[in-house]
Design a protein around this ligand. Structure first.
Ligand code: MBD
Ligand code: FE
Length: 309
């Protein structure tokens, strides 16, 4: 049996030193994680006989990935963000935190600080009038007994007809297709917007470059993102993925889940609009919070639009 160099006591000691185990400064938590990253990286290199060229290609790839701001996109595309949902679902099941609308990934394209409206709002800036299909979206925020939650915040964001998101797409106006809507006394939110198109990774970007090597596409179905929160209830991060989209169950980010498919109805000459109009109704059910932390979204670093910038 050949000895694995990476598993010898000597190399293990060496990585403990590299991870800061020989000093009292820094973060014990990060040291522990880093040691494991180093050990497991070494094991992968040795077990899979990763060549020097492969290794340095990967280092260069990380530089390019970060340079293009696509790290969050790659973790979604490799299914790691979905894995975090599955892990959190399993933890919840163990402690009996079940029921309500399923969670699904946030994705990398949220921007904090969207305009706040009471009960209803228009989300699009009119720049795609005549091109986009107008969409009337409405629903309620409910507890697990189906009772309405008034004063809940529905923070929602979606792409335009090109599949692009404002802020990241600088050709769009500030906060286009991003709003926070506070539910009314019946727990209801209403939005006039436009039917979004699915997102596709930049074909020239590093994420798609990796997906190409895996023989995979980088497309998402049309979808709408939500953060739902209310005092006393558990924060919910989720999405509605739109029925009829060819990528509905072939999402490169694995975000579509049972219970999160929105049925779009097309009607003619409704809501005072001539021609075809889309209607989408979707309600959310929240679990009760069991701690103050439960009410908050994760502390993932996010973009914040600076007004007027
Ligand atoms: C998106 O719009 C998205 O929702 C995810 C998860 C990844 C890339 C673009
Ligand atoms: Fe998205």
């Amino acid at each position: 049996m050949t000895v694995k160099i990476s598993q010898t006591a000597e190399i293990q000691k060496f990585f403990e030193e590299a991870a800061g185990y020989g000093n009292d400064a820094g973060s014990p938590r990060l040291k522990r994680i880093m040691l494991r990253v180093l050990q497991d990286t070494a094991k992968i290199i040795e077990d899979l006989e990763v060549t020097d060229d492969e290794f340095w290609t990967a280092v260069d790839y990380l530089n390019r990935l970060g340079g293009r701001g696509e790290a969050g996109l790659l973790v979604a595309g490799l299914g790691i963000e979905h894995f975090l949902d599955l892990l959190n679902d399993a933890k919840d099941a163990q402690i009996g935190k079940t029921g309500g609308t399923p969670r699904t990934i946030e994705g990398p394209l949220y921007v904090a600080g969207a305009p706040i409206a009471q009960g209803e709002t228009r989300m699009d800036d009119g720049s795609e009038d005549g091109v986009a299909t107008v969409m009337f979206l409405e629903g309620r925020v409910l507890d697990l007994d189906g009772k309405p939650i008034a004063g809940a915040t529905v923070d929602l964001w979606h792409a335009n007809t090109k599949g692009n998101y404002s802020y990241f797409d600088q050709s769009q106006s500030e906060y286009n297709l991003r709003r926070r809507i506070v539910t009314d006394a019946e727990g209801r939110y209403r939005a006039r917007s436009i039917v979004p198109s699915g997102y596709g990774c930049d074909p020239q970007g590093p994420t798609q470059e990796c997906l190409n090597q895996l023989g995979r596409h980088g497309q998402r179905p049309a979808h709408i993102h939500f953060f739902i929160s209310a005092p006393g209830y558990r924060h919910l991060t989720t999405q509605i993925n739109l029925s009829g989209d060819q990528y509905l169950w072939d999402d490169f980010a694995y975000a579509t889940r049972d219970g999160l498919v929105g049925e779009v109805n097309f009607v003619e000459n409704a809501h005072g609009i001539e021609g075809r109009v889309a209607e989408l109704e979707f309600s959310f059910q929240l679990q009760k919070a069991t701690s103050a932390d439960d009410e908050q979204r994760s502390h993932r670093p996010r973009a914040l639009q600076v007004q007027g910038a």
